[in-house]
Design a protein around this ligand. Structure first.
Ligand code: SAM
Length: 235
């Protein structure tokens, strides 16, 4: 059952969930699955699998990088993974959820409200908002899962991160080549691949990775480029 999977999984990852977290995860999962009937938010409809592959995956990130008390933007949040799932575990995080799909942003905004969690839900394209002073280099961390290959994703995410902050990309275990290929892009964007941290999603044998990218210098003004240019020629 969801509550047992999450309580056991969080403890296996070394995470202490705050009061009310299990109730919120239950409410969040119900909202995800029922909104999924109207539009596609997740391919995973089985409750136990969703608990593991969505919520425990997000907690895996939290187990490898402490985001509590930080300002965090989730780029391409979709149904809210990892951002909203992280916020349940660390309500003192200052969260922005960004997505290009209006319906998804509307879902995120309604769900955060129902969960009584504050989250700034923004409809827009990362490569456009990343050029705006209100968003550029404003965050302690950018997080992202399942949005693009790392070299392109870095161009979408790095502009949001303040110098000294981090971009945390959730990737599969077999991402060595993707990480190597992204190094030049990360450097051009003012960062360095500082670490790659791994975790196994509790209750599965799925090994996952977090690329920890440190922002060491401001991102040059010419980035991010338009999406067509990013896709056509990755940095
Ligand atoms: N991160 C969520 C997860 O792991 O479940 C959603 C992943 S979904 C496959 C990719 C999401 O990224 C979609 O909701 C899409 O609208 C959003 N997206 C793709 N490109 C984007 C961009 N340039 N700016 C903002 N959102 C974008």
């Amino acid at each position: 059952m969801l509550e047992d999977i999450l309580a056991g999984g969080a403890s296996a990852l070394g995470i202490r969930l705050p009061d009310g977290a299990l109730r919120r995860y239950r409410q969040y999962l119900d909202a995800l699955l029922s909104a999924n009937e109207a539009f596609n938010l997740t391919a995973i409809e089985d409750e136990d699998r969703a608990a593991r592959l969505h919520f425990l995956d997000a907690l895996g990130l939290a187990s490898r990088f402490d985001l509590s008390g930080k300002s965090v933007i989730d780029v391409g949040a979709g149904g809210g993974i990892p951002g909203l799932a992280l916020k349940i575990a660390a309500p003192d995080m200052e969260l922005t959820l960004l997505d290009a799909a209006a319906k998804k942003v509307d879902f995120l905004s309604r769900t955060a409200k129902a969960l009584e969690l504050s989250a700034h839900c923004v409809w827009g394209r990362a490569e456009e908002l990343g050029r705006e002073p209100a968003y550029r280099e404003r965050y302690d961390a950018a997080v992202s899962r399942a949005v693009a290959r790392l070299n392109a994703l870095a161009e979408l995410c790095m502009p949001f991160v303040r110098v000294g902050g981090h971009f945390l990309a959730m990737k599969a275990a077999d991402s060595d080549q993707e990480m190597e290929e992204a190094r030049p892009a990360i450097e051009k964007l003012g960062g360095r691949l500082a670490d790659v941290r791994e975790y196994t999603i509790p209750g599965t044998d799925i090994l996952r990775r977090v690329a920890v990218i440190e922002k060491t210098a401001p991102t040059p003004e010419r980035y991010p480029r338009r999406w067509a240019a990013i896709q056509k020629r990755a940095l």
